[in-house]
Design a protein around this ligand. Structure first.
Ligand SMILES: Cc1cc2nc3c(=O)[nH]c(=O)nc-3n(C[C@H](O)[C@H](O)[C@H](O)COP(=O)(O)OP(=O)(O)OC[C@H]3O[C@@H](n4cnc5c(N)ncnc54)[C@H](O)[C@@H]3O)c2cc1C
Length: 378
């Protein structure tokens, strides 16, 4: 067993940390206030090679691995989860299916410009009638001459208000079976797509859309891989991303812990810093210990992805533990701040709200428990 990162991975962490602290942190306040993502980050991420970090060099990526991608996610989320969620919806959900199952032409046309941050991607799976029960999705794709006609709706789609394309799931046959579900690459704007931006309480500067789709024409060459029935690609994509977003949860927990520790060192009550009170010191000790446990669970999950041995239940365990820990740790960070914890001047209130995103998104904690217990064959 070897728990060390490679010198290249240490270097990557240092580069991303410096970039996030120096260039990203100053953008947060305005972006959160206006609920607008600073789109100039896309080409910047592309230029730094951060979008394609886990994709092979042969496909235009950085040639690193999932462990390295998790380092990038951890460092991004330590500073701002809204920006990291935007990155995740683009760099993983929106383009991983293209990398995995796209035709060479689709890779040239969509995947490569997305790696460079020239095109913005989104992933459209969830619908107003159900996010957890993805097999029940209702958006219909009807075969017509030269392509498909899509009708339906999509809910909570990250990046959709400013996306250049959406990798979108629709039912290509009416049967309620999973092999009737296919993926399309929908170029935007499309006259059949009406996208409105949702107002949110968490990850406010990550832009999230509600989409109405009415008789939208999608040409044949935008059916992912040129074949129907790509539901297994969706499952594999989600499973790997459960490990990925767990690294985001780790980053949020670290960001909250660091803020609470710094506050405990400087805030004085009755003539001494609050960190000198054992009650506060013990809370910080618990937070630090839990972060250590989550860190190694997350990187174990990433290592399993790199080994090609990750399974749905393991990915669900990693996400369940990491996401719930981020919620708990960031709530404690607020308590340690006292009243200041609820003031926007301090980051911990934002981090706590943002942490709730991953006990819901990418499958709720209840769904993770369903996946884990199903594997037990009780
Ligand atoms: C900020 C944000 C960004 C998102 N981005 C995207 C995106 O980019 N693309 C995308 O496709 N989706 C996205 N989502 C959607 C997200 O994946 C869903 O919200 C999530 O899967 C839950 O679906 P739902 O909201 O419809 O909740 P529901 O499915 O209605 O669930 C409601 C409650 O019932 C529980 N529940 C449901 N089914 C079961 C069950 N079988 N057993 C036990 N409990 C159950 C759930 O755990 C939850 O507590 C995003 C969501 C948010 C909040």
């Amino acid at each position: 067993m070897d728990f060390s990162f490679t010198p290249e991975q240490d270097q990557l962490r240092e580069t991303v940390r410096r970039f996030c602290d120096q260039e990203v942190r100053p953008l947060i306040e305005e972006a959160e206030e206006n609920e607008r993502f600073p789109v100039q980050l896309f080409p910047k991420w592309g230029e730094m090679g951060l979008i394609g970090v886990r994709y092979p060099e042969a496909d235009g990526g950085g040639g690193f691995d999932k462990v390295s991608e998790c380092i990038v996610r951890e460092e991004m989320s330590r500073v701002c989860q809204a920006f990291a969620s935007t990155w995740s919806a683009h760099s993983h959900l929106g383009i991983w299916p293209l990398w995995k199952a796209g035709t060479p032409e689709q890779k040239e046309r969509f995947f490569k410009p997305a790696l460079a941050g020239e095109k913005i991607a989104a992933f459209g799976l969830s619908e107003p009638d159900g996010g957890s029960d993805i097999r029940a999705l209702k958006t219909r794709a009807t075969k017509v001459e030269g392509g498909y006609r899509l009708s339906g709706s999509k809910m909570y789609i990250t990046n959709s208000p400013h996306a250049d394309f959406i990798t979108l799931a629709a039912r290509t046959r009416p049967e309620p079976t999973v092999d009737a579900i296919s993926l399309f690459i929908v170029e935007l704007p499309n006259p059949g797509f009406e996208i409105s931006t949702l107002k949110k309480e968490a990850i406010r500067s990550s832009e999230t859309g509600l989409i109405y789709i009415e008789d939208a024409f999608i040409p044949d060459d935008c059916l992912l891989g040129g074949v129907e029935g790509t539901y297994p690609v969706i499952l594999e994509c989600l499973s790997e991303n459960r490990v990925g977003v767990s690294a985001n949860c780790l980053g949020m927990a670290i960001g909250a812990f660091e803020a609470a520790r710094d506050y405990a060192q400087t805030r004085e009550v009755r003539g001494q810093s609050i960190g000198k009170y054992q009650a506060i010191a013990h809370h910080l000790a618990d937070m630090s210990a839990e972060i250590e446990a989550v860190r190694w669970l997350v990187y174990y999950g990433a290592w399993r992805v790199d080994q090609g041995t990750i399974d749905g239940a393991t990915a669900a365990k990693v996400k369940l533990v990491a996401s719930e820990a981020a919620v708990k740790i960031s709530e404690m960070a607020i308590r340690i701040h006292g009243g200041a914890g609820l003031m926007r001047e301090y980051p911990v209130g934002r981090i706590h709200k943002d942490s709730l995103v991953y006990v819901i998104g990418e499958g709720t904690s209840e769904i993770q428990r369903n996946i884990i217990s199903r594997a037990m064959e009780l």
